[in-house]
Design a protein around this ligand. Structure first.
Ligand code: OGA
Ligand code: NI
Length: 339
């Protein structure tokens, strides 16, 4: 339990184990590059074009008027913030360092093979059934009061939004609208509630290391309190750009599975998170994933007849084994799956 950042009294100095060498923690660019903010209530033709353009260009965008009720988002933010404020003993009941346990609370060393520590606690929740059933619900924490209801009220429309974005992308790319509807999106949905406590020396550490998401598509709530922290690799400059939170929005990005399935038309872009010196930040990342047995491969329609596919076909299970072994950096994952 002493590993849980949010259960320590407060942090006066940054412990050495959290310090990153300067070359692994370049500062963010001061250049202002804004992610496109797409209004999903505009006519569908316009939205389809905007989503695909933004997806092909930066690989990251934000959506507003997306149909997930604002009170469901607020309820989720508040329940998650309250969870991390629970007394240490209440959180201890949910803490586990066993990665095989789907629903659990853990801290810090998630991606690094080298034992680096990140300034983050994480509550991971899994939802395999829509509509949500009792077995799913009962595996979630039951404190603070009302958290299960808040999670369910948030997750159901958030999944629907993710599926609708996939449909829009399909239409834009010339795939049938339900191309991603089966096994490609049929795995249990995973939610990472990331909590970054105030950090005494944010410039020398990271909340999350540079990584690409391993799933199909990600919908991220930057956090209800409006504290920024997400930074995205800007393909053009090799810079890290800071993503300004937009109230009520989701940040959308693509995981490796969407990159493989679209033969690289939509790319999985590296991103990282930095903590804030004064304010805690709680973000909610919702991941849509393939089933473990799903064979992920480039869609025929997006493969050039002469050039052939750019990625090899891989079951999601095998992908995850390789991903765990090579680490989350884009370059190493690409090397393992590019033809
Ligand atoms: C993630 C992630 C960013 C953030 O959970 O995969 O990239 O801002 N989170 O918390
Ligand atoms: Ni991520």
């Amino acid at each position: 339990m002493e590993n849980l950042l949010s259960s320590a009294a407060s942090h006066q100095t940054l412990p050495d184990s959290f310090v990153f060498p300067a070359d692994q923690r370049p500062p963010a660019s001061t250049a202002a590059v804004d992610l496109p903010v797409i209004d999903l209530s505009l006519p569908r033709d316009e939205v389809r074009r905007a989503v695909l353009d933004a997806g092909k260009d930066l690989g990251f965008f934000q959506v507003v008027n997306h149909g997930v009720p604002q009170d469901a988002m607020r309820g989720m933010d508040e329940a998650c913030e309250a969870f991390f404020r629970l007394p240490a003993e209440a959180k201890a009941a949910f803490f586990s360092e066993d990665p095989a346990r789907p629903n659990r609370l853990f801290s810090s060393t998630v991606y690094g093979a080298g034992g680096e520590r990140y300034w983050r606690d994480c509550l991971r929740l899994v939802c395999g059934a829509f509509p949500v059933d009792d077995a799913t619900r009962n595996a979630w924490p039951n404190k603070p009061h009302g958290i299960r209801e808040a999670v369910e009220r948030f997750l159901v429309p958030t999944r629907a939004l993710g599926m609708d974005l996939l449909r829009l992308l399909c239409e834009g790319m010339g795939l049938r609208g339900d191309y991603f509807a089966g096994d490609l999106s049929g795995g249990a949905m995973v939610v990472n509630v990331n909590h970054y406590p105030p950090c005494p020396d944010p410039a020398r550490t990271l909340g999350l290391p540079p990584h690409c998401d391993r799933n199909l598509i990600t919908l991220l709530r930057q956090g209800g309190a409006g504290v920024p922290g997400l930074q995205v690799a800007h393909a053009a400059g090799g810079d890290w750009i800071h993503v300004e939170p937009v109230p009520g929005a989701f940040v959308v990005n693509f995981g490796h599975q969407l990159e493989i399935a679209t033969n690289g038309l939509l790319k999985s872009v590296e991103h990282r998170a930095v903590p804030d010196a004064a304010r805690p930040r709680t973000s909610v990342a919702t991941f849509i994933l393939p089933t473990e047995d799903c064979l992920v491969r480039p869609a025929q329609e997006l493969v050039d007849a002469e050039e052939g596919p750019r990625y090899r076909a891989v079951t999601f299970r095998e992908f995850m084994e390789v991903y765990k072994a090579v680490g989350a950096r884009r370059e190493s994952v690409e090397k393992a799956f590019r033809i």
